[in-house]
Design a binder for this molecule. Structure first.
Ligand code: SAH
Ligand code: SF4
Ligand code: F3S
Length: 429
């Protein structure tokens, strides 16, 4: 058996692409290893969303020079968003790289490893029609692609340039993939797309949710990501109505300032966003709402920043991912006048994170002594006598129980001690 080592950076979509690279490579006689020194094939599945992600990859790539010196027959490939963005340049810059494979072409991994120094980065019009096998770690939760690419061109974002145009997979092939996953023991799926609200095949996203909700044996449905501009009351009603769809939505706000939102090309105002949050909370009691925030977008004034701070205080998110603005190649925002110095971006980011820490802590504290439903994922890694799982609202729970809990079982848990990033509780049955 040949051995492959895959190092993945970036978003869930990229991690799922790695599962599919592995699925394809399994069919060619490869099995996965944890140490690059044991591998015949090393693949970096890369992310270019922010400069830091890119730097991390380049420093790790540099280190594999020695691996190749010791073992000249090892093949090294770059996949993912940096592969797409830089293409040919990667081969020139790093002579020890053997191939470059963009995210729209993972099905051509066989060709990439068997051809000398190939660069496969064409736009792939067929991607959404391919059923590419995935090799998933055994578990209770699986990722499922429902669409590829993005057409939104938010002015800061590189994804539309690396993942290409938006394309939806046919609903029936999504449903048959999930049926198969359920027959293998998975209980939860996370439907993946850059903007799931614009899913469209023979049906729309709400139609797809209804179909998936009807799959027997499946217990939970999650999805990422929703774009606020396309989140309609039909989807909000469906979240409330469909029993398997979890009470959690990730709804990236990015900024609390209308002026900045306009410059970001987000196509909604703070008022629009607040209305949707209100409707979500009125229609889906107890729903958890999380978001993404960018600190220090070009031209952002202290006043704009304070509008974001006020938005966080007003909305009281369950959790956020916040990032310093990072200028990305090809994007409009990278060329805007009024780029802010690193110190200001960092200062604002820290203020955002400090505030949200308090909010998350306060929100989680409200769960003390409440009973929640947890899907058990297994034993806790840090404390083997404990079990771990997630609430429907996507909060991590460490569970004490007087019997062994099985991965995949759903238990009622009383929360004893809430923390900021997790909850401790006792299984009630
Ligand atoms: N499609 C998803 C998110 C993709 S990227 C969506 O629209 O929400 C995930 C997050 O990274 C974004 O929500 C944004 O907050 C952040 N991000 C994207 N480009 C960035 C950049 N150039 N600098 C800083 N953060 C960025
Ligand atoms: Fe990027 Fe915007 Fe598309 Fe999300 S919706 S991937 S932030 S361009
Ligand atoms: Fe994902 Fe990073 Fe590409 S966030 S879509 S891997 S740029």
């Amino acid at each position: 058996m040949k051995k492959v080592y895959i190092k993945t950076f970036g978003c869930q979509m990229n991690f799922h692409d790695s599962e599919r690279l592995l699925g394809l490579l399994n069919a060619q006689g490869y099995s996965a290893v944890e140490d690059p020194r044991d591998a015949d094939l090393i693949i970096f599945n890369t992310c270019s969303i922010r400069e830091k992600a890119e730097q991390k990859f380049f420093s790790q790539l540099g280190r594999t020079k020695h691996v190749k010196r010791r073992n000249p027959s090892v093949k090294i490939g770059v996949a993912g968003c940096i592969a797409q963005q830089r293409g040919e340049e990667l081969l020139k810059r790093a002579p020890h790289v053997d191939f470059v494979l963009g995210p729209q072409n993972i099905s051509r991994i066989g060709e990439a490893i068997s051809t000398e120094r190939s660069v496969i980065t064409e736009e792939n019009e067929e991607l959404h029609t391919l059923d590419i096998p995935a090799f998933r770690k055994k578990g209770v939760s699986a990722w499922v692609n429902i669409m590829y690419g993005c057409n939104n061109f938010c002015s800061y974002c590189i994804v539309p340039y690396t993942r290409g145009r938006e394309r939806s997979r046919p609903a029936d092939s999504i449903v048959s993939e999930i049926r198969m996953l359920v027959s293998e023991g998975y209980k939860e799926v996370t439907l993946l797309g850059q903007n799931v609200n614009s899913y469209r095949s023979e049906t729309d996203f709400v139609g797809l949710l209804r179909m998936v909700n009807g799959i027997e044996g499946l217990e939970r449905i999650r999805f990422v990501t929703s774009h606020p501009k396309d989140l309609g009351s039909d989807l909000i009603n469906a979240i409330g109505e469909l029993d398997k769809v979890c009470e959690h939505i990730h709804l990236p706000l990015q900024s609390g300032s209308d002026r900045i939102l306009r410059l970001m090309n987000r196509k909604y105002t703070m008022q629009d966003y607040l209305k949707k949050v209100e409707l979500l909370r009125a229609t889906v009691p107890g729903i958890a709402i999380t978001t993404d925030i960018i600190a220090g977008f070009p031209t952002e004034t202290e006043e704009d920043h304070q509008a974001t701070i006020r938005a966080l205080e007003e909305i009281q998110f369950d959790g956020i991912f916040a990032f310093k603005f990072s200028p990305r190649p090809m994007t409009k925002a990278s060329e805007m006048k009024g780029q802010l110095p690193e110190e200001i971006r960092l200062e604002r980011l820290n203020e955002i994170l400090r505030l949200q820490d308090k909010i998350t802590e306060r929100k989680n504290a409200l769960l003390k002594d409440k009973t929640v439903e947890v899907l058990v994922e297994g034993s806790s890694e840090s404390a083997p006598e404990l079990f771990t799982g997630r609430t429907r609202t996507n909060k991590i729970v460490n569970i004490r129980a007087d019997r062994p809990l099985m991965a995949g079982e759903t238990v009622k848990v009383r929360i004893t001690t809430p923390h900021r990033h997790s909850l401790d509780g006792i299984a009630l049955s």
